[in-house]
Design a protein around this ligand. Structure first.
Ligand SMILES: *Cc1c(COP(=O)(O)O)cnc(C)c1O
Length: 387
């Protein structure tokens, strides 16, 4: 049976992997080496220098390709290093159409770094894909999509955007960090590039910073591999091992993240101290039907606004939480709470931020895999501490 035909819950454990050739180690060893002995100049066994390739990283890259139903995987030192590599496919004058509601660090990289190199960015609300059309011209090279969006939890129809991208011969890149391949596979929906901050759900244990890209087309893979090797923002062997280990339990963790996420979302919606909850699993979520079609579940990311909430109220709630930890990041086994306006999205100007709905009282939760009862009790006591 070809490993391509395996189901997702098997691919996370076996996809693209085989016992190590030297001693049969079931987990790929951590090849903590910069270089490899050669018998004669050029006489090596597939590995010469660890920037170009390292066996532990290769094992991870094969696993990444397998779980995203792609042909080629590339592992980077961080999610932003992966995005950086994608943008290096471009030349001055080229244009990118990006989701307007996206990870703050991606926005910063686009605006504060790549604009200086002559790349032009358009930030567009994409929940109605037809709004992209007027921004497409012969300079457009990439449409950059993040769905669910961070932190507004909007859903963008990947298939519709990919049809638009194909018609106009533009690459579609999807940041799949929030959904993970457990919930959605952008390449199957027509995307050309799928990107991850593997720091989040793929790693899953808040113990490593890493990034990933998966593609299907060889030409694109060759260009990205060239950039990975030429720029050098590769993932080290130890970190590759950690992400690979994380991926082995991705499906089990995601199942629980989804169950707990649904419980917490409903709990918050019914809470009298809560004004509004953002979660794509609600039937009244504006893009609920798109979410149902392209995702296999709704994940553990939830945002909410406390009733009559001010900046101070939001801070009080997150400081009162005891099981949830106040911290940047998401996707680990432990529940985290964040305040986008002052944390992840502080690099986006206040006006821009509020235009996309990130008001000062906005709170984002990454619901972990603890007991849901404990999480609800924790939120309840923090919310009730408001008056
Ligand atoms: C965290 C994150 C990134 C950046 O990844 P790093 O690993 O922190 O560099 C990009 N996109 C999304 C959606 C993220 O959550």
């Amino acid at each position: 049976m070809s490993k391509k035909q395996l189901k997702f819950n098997t691919k996370t454990i076996h996809g693209g992997q085989q016992p190590d050739k030297a001693y049969g180690a079931v987990m790929p060893p951590i090849y903590q080496t910069s270089t490899f002995a050669q018998s004669t100049p050029g006489g090596h066994r597939g590995f010469e220098y660890s920037r170009s390739a390292n066996p532990t990283r290769t094992a991870l890259e094969n696993s990444l390709a397998s779980i995203e139903n792609g042909a080629y995987g590339l592992a980077f030192a961080s999610g932003l290093a992966a995005i950086d590599a994608v943008l290096k496919l471009l030349k001055p004058g080229d244009e990118v159409i990006s989701t307007n509601d996206l990870y703050g660090g991606s926005y910063r990289l686009f605006k504060k770094v790549f604009e200086n190199y002559g790349i032009v960015f358009h930030f567009v609300g994409m929940t109605d894909p037809s709004s992209i059309t007027s921004f497409i011209n012969d300079k457009t090279k990439i449409i950059w999509v993040e769905t669910p969006t961070n932190p507004m939890m909007n859903i963008i129809d990947i298939k519709s955007v990919s049809e638009l991208a194909k018609k106009n011969r533009v690459w579609l890149a999807v940041d799949n960090t929030f959904a993970t391949p457990y919930l959605q596979n952008p390449l199957d929906l027509g995307a050309d590039i799928v990107m991850h901050s593997a720091t989040k759900y793929l790693g899953g244990h808040s113990d490593v910073v890493a990034g990933a890209i998966v593609v299907n087309k060889k030409e694109l893979a060759d260009q990205l591999y060239f950039i990975q090797n030429a720029s050098g923002a590769i993932l080290g062997p130890m970190d590759s091992f950690l992400v690979l280990r994380g991926i082995k339990t991705l499906h089990v963790r995601m199942q629980r993240h989804c169950e707990n996420g649904a419980e917490i979302a409903k709990f918050l919606k019914d809470h009298d101290k809560v004004e509004k909850v953002y979660w794509p699993g609600f039937s009244e979520h504006p893009n609920h039907n798109v979410a149902r079609n392209q995702m296999r579940g709704f994940g553990g990311m939830i945002s909410f606004i406390p009733k009559g909430g001010t900046y101070k109220d939001a801070l009080k709630i997150i400081e009162n939480l005891k099981v949830f930890t106040l911290a940047e990041s998401l996707g680990g086994v432990e529940s985290l709470a964040g305040h986008p306006a002052s944390m992840t999205h502080a690099s986006i100007p206040k006006e821009e931020r509020e235009k996309s709905g990130i008001v000062d009282a906005f709170i984002r939760l990454s619901v972990g895999i603890e007991d849901a009862e404990d999480l609800k009790n924790d939120l309840d006591q923090a919310l009730n501490g408001l008056d």
